[in-house]
Design a protein around this ligand. Structure first.
Ligand code: AMP
Length: 510
């Protein structure tokens, strides 16, 4: 048995225990959910979805959208979730690239999606658009209602692709990462075991379901465990505080935790019964980790992963969670650090490119064989594009994205090192350090700060010069009310670089 759905869901198919707790506090049990998955699978097959064919989904976070994910795979198809922030114009690229047999979208976008699918030209059976709105209604549920509640999984091998997830593509075009049944299964299994999820767990699920974190990490781990999920359409502090007393576990991006900490109702008593808090997808400040521990008595388990690999490392569930570090390689997954230029494998404490190998690593970029081979080493490690360092006892620290590395006067400046110092200054909440064109140095190091009352530019530059070598020193400081972030809470340094590209223009003019 190696079909993902038969491994994750089928063992729970006849259970009448709760799988989903919806915003109105109604529930969906495993039996009903499995029946819905079966109906969706049957519907998709009747609309011409054959093994390996894609089903694209740009849908609100409602429970039928989860049934669509698992139903697509059950029918042998490949699930392609799209970020709900994309406009129809942006969605065009993904639709043209993935060529789905069926697309599911919001009713308002149905006309646009129909035109997009038409423009793809003919397929054996006409491509179809179905709809799903934020109340869970639309032509998808209407048509699924008429389909049988039993459906046998279409046979697939562990190496067959189950989903294509597009990377966020901050440098150039998004790439579709092909994830196989085995990639998804192996990662769900290892995470369930490491974080000790069981049928008793109730997960507070406030993440989007078009991204690896909410779709695979959270959903697959919970389905595999047979536990329940409080299915929140989005993260809201008030609603999270209402739901936390009913939860045992939470997975979030760092902003969820900083927003909870900013609310005085979030205290030890509220989370007394909680078993685990997991964070990832963006760096969790060491300060947040420590404040969280002081306030709640719990440590946040920080983990590290990517769209292309699922999760690679995690701090231990029982054991030392180190602030500012993303933990140890998960069982069966190898993590190593290599020199960026030569590829030479580096010993502990050296900064270099993070490379990973294991059953979790994707099978390649959809229709981009050259890009795929560029990103793998000869011995099969995936080059993540992240820079990091392993400690002597193999805890990984992320130093930043390779593309965010600053080269000033020929020297490497790792933004994280400077950001950690800036974050300690009184009145500073957050910082982002970037390199922008500089007439003498190639790139000059600048910082963008947020905070209630951060020190002025001169004071910050002077304070930093005591700690940093000359080539790392900040040349300009800018202030904003908040840093630009994407929907997963990642700071968008590409936007900051664009906004501040002329920071040294006066020097250029002189
Ligand atoms: P995505 O493919 O959208 O999941 O983004 C993956 C990227 O997010 C990684 O390459 C890292 O740069 C970043 N990331 C994920 N988890 C962490 C973490 N715990 N700390 C720092 N960066 C992270």
């Amino acid at each position: 048995m190696n079909h993902l759905i038969d491994q994750l869901l089928t063992p729970h198919a006849d259970r009448d225990s709760v799988f989903l707790i919806l915003p109105d506090d109604t529930t969906v049990d495993y039996r009903r959910f499995t029946q819905r998955v079966n109906q969706v699978a049957g519907l998709l097959a009747s609309l011409g979805v054959e093994p390996g064919e894609r089903v694209a989904a740009q849908t609100p976070k409602v429970w039928t959208a989860l049934a669509l994910y698992l139903g697509t795979i059950k029918a042998g198809g490949v699930f392609v979730p799209l970020n709900t922030d994309y406009t129809l114009d942006e969605a065009r690229y993904f639709v043209e690239n993935a060529e789905p047999q069926v697309a599911v979208c919001q009713p308002d976008d149905a006309e646009g999606f129909t035109a997009l699918l038409k423009s793809l030209g003919s397929s054996r059976v006409d491509r179809r658009v179905l709809t799903l709105n934020s109340a869970g209604e639309g032509s998808l549920p209407d048509a699924a209602d008429k389909c049988p509640t039993c459906y046998e999984s279409v046979p697939r091998s562990p190496q067959d692709v189950a989903a294509i997830l597009y990377t966020s593509g901050t440098t150039g075009r998004s790439k579709g990462a092909m994830l196989t049944h085995d990639n998804l299964w192996s990662n769900a299994k290892v995470l369930k075991d490491c974080w000790q999820f069981t049928q008793q767990d109730v997960l507070l699920h406030a993440l989007p379901i078009f991204h690896t974190h909410g779709l695979f990490v959270a959903t697959n781990v919970l389905v595999l465990s047979g536990g329940s999920m409080i299915f929140m359409p989005r993260f809201r502090v008030d609603e999270a505080i209402r739901q936390l007393p009913k939860s045992t576990s939470m997975m979030g991006v760092p902003t969820f935790y900083t927003r909870l900490l900013a609310d005085s109702r979030f205290d030890q008593d509220l989370v007394r019964h909680m078993r685990i808090f997991v964070s990832g997808s963006a760096p969790l400040l060491a300060e947040t980790h420590r404040t969280f521990r002081q306030r709640t008595g719990h440590q946040i388990v920080e983990r590290y992963g990517l769209t292309e690999t699922g999760m690679n490392t995690s701090n231990p569930y029982q054991g030392e969670c180190r602030a500012g570090m993303v933990g140890l390689a998960l069982p069966g997954i190898e993590v190593r650090i290599a020199a960026v230029d030569s590829g030479e494998i580096l010993s502990p404490d050296n900064i270099g490119s993070i490379q990973v190998r294991g059953p979790n690593v994707f099978s390649g970029y959809w229709r981009m064989p050259e890009k795929t081979s560029e990103d793998f080493t000869k011995d099969g490690f995936f080059v993540t594009g992240d820079l990091g360092r392993l400690s002597e006892d193999l805890y990984l620290t992320i130093v930043g994205r390779n593309k965010d590395l600053i080269i000033s006067g020929g020297y490497n400046v790792y933004p994280k090192e400077v950001e950690l110092l800036l974050d300690c200054l009184p009145g500073v909440d957050e910082s982002a350090v970037i390199g922008v064109p500089h007439p003498d140095f190639g790139e000059g190091v600048i910082a963008v700060l947020t905070g209630t009352a951060p020190p002025d530019e001169e004071t910050v530059i002077a304070a930093m010069s005591e700690h940093l070598a000359r080539f790392k020193q900040l040349k300009r400081i800018f202030y904003r009310s908040e840093l630009p972030r994407n929907s997963m809470g990642k700071v968008q340094k590409n936007r900051l670089r664009k906004w501040y590209k002329d920071a040294f223009l006066t020097e250029i003019a002189e």
